[in-house]
Design a protein around this ligand. Structure first.
Ligand SMILES: NC(=O)c1ccc[n+]([C@@H]2O[C@H](COP(=O)([O-])OP(=O)(O)OC[C@H]3O[C@@H](n4cnc5c(N)ncnc54)[C@H](OP(=O)(O)O)[C@@H]3O)[C@@H](O)[C@H]2O)c1
Length: 333
């Protein structure tokens, strides 16, 4: 019999914290939930995440009770997760899943008294390496979408021939968190689109560290864009192949690589964002036109790109079925 665990969410009033609450309240293997918030201490969770009215009577607390927690989700801005771990001595038996970028690029010694080792939490790449004592550095949303788009190519016959990969990807406004900014203001974002950080988006470091290794070291050209929608990422990657390659062979390569991965879905048509929104799924489509291979993919930045993937990682760490709490319905209409 699987025993239930207790969890805590730090930064629980933000977008990713809210998504974790929505899913973990109904998760079959979660018992107690602590929702920690500095700005909303003592307020009801449903006063901030209004859609949770009727689902929970829990309130936000200021401090974590370490006696009743098995797993902590850090939903804090970049830099704040590392600081939170420096300021709080967390017993070694408690697992950490960090959604920020603080531990994504290496294993970090953290604490004065003990060391923690963070594994890059892209389950489709590394889940066989998870152990009951590893902590998780949850990947970035663009980084998840782009790596899942290209991962099967890494050990393929054509990997050495791929010299350049071009990728354009567009994200919704929730990708930037709840803090208001010029580019998240409705009047600017609505009916608007913009390129930002071309060739220098912060997720390129993750992609280079974890995807482009061994014989697969193409030059990567990434143009990120902001779109006038709330959630979702659509990424289109393409590259030239020297040798003739059949589309069916490439589809077979991908479906073999992803055969035991429950959230990875091959799409026969070019996928739209809406089919992935509110799910933990990653949809990909493969097209070959002349000598160009085009991989188009979509996911929900807040789920497979953040909180859904964090729960998938928790499920694996605690030996729950990988899809527990994540069989959720899209809002396609
Ligand atoms: N949004 C996405 O699509 C996405 C995807 C992948 C990864 N991430 C990463 O996940 C982390 C959380 O993202 P999010 O979108 O949930 O952000 P968010 O909506 O801005 O929430 C962050 C929460 O952190 C707490 N906090 C503590 N110190 C803070 C500070 N100095 N400034 C602002 N907030 C502070 C606040 O919660 P309290 O008031 O409750 O304490 C705040 O609600 C970030 O590192 C982000 O990069 C986000």
């Amino acid at each position: 019999m699987i025993s239930k665990i207790n969890i805590a969410i730090i930064g629980a009033s933000g977008y990713t914290g809210g998504e974790l609450l929505r899913l973990l309240i109904h998760h079959p293997y979660i018992d107690n939930i602590q929702a920690i918030s500095t700005r909303n201490t003592n307020k009801l969770i449903s006063d901030i995440h209004r859609d949770l009215g009727g689902d929970t009577h829990l309130a936000f607390t200021e401090h974590i009770n370490l006696d009743i927690v098995d797993c902590i989700f850090l939903c804090l801005p970049h830099g704040s997760s590392a600081m939170w771990l420096e300021n709080n001595t967390i017993p070694h038996h408690i697992r950490i899943i960090d959604l920020s970028s603080d531990f994504r690029n290496s294993a970090f010694p953290l604490d004065k008294n003990e060391e923690r080792s963070f594994i890059y939490g892209l389950p489709e790449l590394y889940k066989s390496l998870y152990t009951p004592s590893t902590d998780i550095a949850n990947p970035g949303c663009f980084a998840t979408c782009i790596q899942l788009s290209l991962l099967p190519l890494r050990n393929s016959d054509i990997s050495k021939d791929i010299l350049d990969i071009h990728c354009t990807a567009i994200t919704g406004s929730t990708g930037a968190g709840t803090l208001k900014s010029d580019t998240s203001h409705f009047s600017w974002r609505d009916n608007n689109t913009q390129v930002y950080k071309p060739f220098q988006h912060q997720h390129e470091t993750e992609i280079h560290n974890h995807l482009f290794k061994q014989d697969f070291t193409p030059t990567f050209h990434f143009i990120p864009m902001r779109g006038s929608f709330t959630r979702g990422i659509l990424a289109c990657s393409y590259f030239t192949v020297k040798q003739h390659i059949q589309k069916d062979d490439l589809i077979h390569l991908y479906s073999s690589f992803y055969k035991d991965m429950p959230f990875i879905v091959h799409s026969k048509d070019s996928p739209d964002c809406k089919r992935a929104i509110n799910t933990n799924k990653f949809f990909y489509h493969i097209e070959i036109i002349n000598d160009k291979v085009i991989i188009t993919a979509t996911l929900d930045n807040l789920l497979k790109g953040a909180s859904g993937q964090a729960i998938q990682n928790m499920n694996i760490l605690f030996s729950f079925p990988e899809i527990s709490g994540l069989s959720i319905k899209s809002s396609v209409y």
